[in-house]
Ligand binder design. Structure first.
Ligand SMILES: *Cc1c(COP(=O)(O)O)cnc(C)c1O
Length: 374
């Protein structure tokens, strides 16, 4: 049986006619940059999210960088980030001469909490970047309360949880990525809403920030050939936007398919005490960008070897805490040992999850894993 971490071909084949049509139409129009597909997709994405502004850009890393550039931060200002995340989250902070302050995460949800955030605040803290890791939102209600108390900007890194719903204690619901001052996402092919190349977007309800971020993404341009500030060149291609506009219609269906697969995994591993299946944050829905288990009692490496031998795809997101990465070792404040992050890097294991999972694939994988533990 041929297994994949993500089955992009299977997904494409189901909507091939629609995608091909949209791509060919864009090619025939020759509006390759900033074509009508880009504004159409941005509008539809804003409607889907219930957010005032969507600023499309070239990738999720740029989205984070542009968001930070819009906040008038100074060299040495501190930005709080979870240490258990993809490198991009901290990389852009360092790149802009700001100081990433890496903090620990919750051992069950793998995300930043209000408590961990508040402990790391100093007079130099200017922003926090909660990451909605693996597909569910961090504790945004607590994080927003604390951020407002200390007057700190919140940029949600929503590269992995696009479409997740977050419910506040008053019953109101917002989409992940629209809760903080700014939210960012990525359309990297393997993300939950993936294009056929690179892409990203920024969300905000703040009109001034929106205007500034659009300007930054377009060379700091105020009007054609007049540049009010130093910006970057970060665009979403029209062809990618056309593809994304088609795929956006299926995003909720895709999340449902991922959840079905996750429940089957959960049930199959219930009796295996060494495996901790993904906890669900009661305030957030989960869109299962990854299905990530913790393999306890030091058994991960043995399971990993077994899965490799059995040709079952798997991955470790992430094997090394950010503060131990060569690139960040020199940063002051980045060297502290964080026990949960350290433990997670040794225990997590992500199994195949995508929109084309079926009973046969799931039975095969879960039986093999059960065999290993019995
Ligand atoms: C993928 C990802 C990014 C970066 O997105 P790119 O489009 O690859 O630049 C940033 N943060 C997180 C958490 C991601 O998973």
């Amino acid at each position: 049986m041929k297994l994949h971490m993500v089955d992009l071909i299977g997904q494409y084949n189901k909507i091939k006619d629609e995608i091909d049509g949209a791509v060919l139409e864009t090619i025939a129009s020759s509006a390759y940059i900033n074509g009508p597909q880009v504004s159409s997709f941005s509008k539809n994405l804003a409607n889907y999210h219930g957010v005032r502004h969507v600023i499309p850009c070239a990738n999720g890393t740029d989205a984070l960088q542009i968001a930070l550039m819009a906040l008038d931060l100074k060299r040495g200002d501190e930005i709080i980030v979870p240490a258990f995340t993809y490198v991009a989250t901290a990389e852009v902070i360092a790149l802009l001469g700001l100081t990433p302050i890496m903090v620990d995460v919750d051992p069950d949800h793998f995300n930043l909490t209000g408590e961990l955030f508040e402990k790391a605040i100093t007079p130099r803290t200017k922003a926090v970047v909660p990451v909605h890791l693996f597909g569910q939102a961090a504790e945004m209600e607590d994080i927003m309360k604390i951020a407002s108390k200390y007057d700190i900007y919140v940029i949600e890194d929503n590269a992995q949880a696009i479409g997740a719903n977050y419910q506040f204690s008053d019953g109101s619901v917002k989409k992940a990525g629209t809760i903080g001052h700014i939210g960012t996402t990525s359309f990297f092919p393997a993300k939950n809403l993936g294009c056929f190349g690179d892409g990203g977007a920024i969300f905000t309800n703040d009109d001034q920030l929106a205007q500034k971020m659009s300007m930054i993404a377009n060379h700091g341009q105020t009007e054609r050939y007049y540049h009010g500030m130093v910006g970057v060149n970060s665009r979403l291609d029209s062809i990618q936007a056309a593809i994304l506009d088609v795929k956006l219609k299926y995003l909720d269906e895709y999340a449902a398919a991922r959840n079905d697969a996750a429940s089957i995994y959960d049930d199959a591993f219930r009796e295996i005490s060494v495996i901790q299946t993904p906890h669900r944050n009661p305030q957030s829905s989960h869109v299962f960008h990854q299905y990530t288990i913790r393999v306890k009692e030091g058994k991960r490496e043995a399971l990993r070897k077994y899965l490799t031998d059995e040709n079952i795809p798997h991955n470790i997101y992430y094997p090394v805490p950010l503060y131990e990465q060569e690139a960040f070792k020199h940063l002051s404040g980045a060297v502290e040992f964080l026990p949960v992050t350290d433990m997670l890097c040794k225990e997590v294991l992500s199994l195949p999850i995508h929109t084309e999972m079926n009973q046969e694939i799931l039975s095969y994988i879960t039986q093999k894993i059960n065999n290993f533990f019995n």
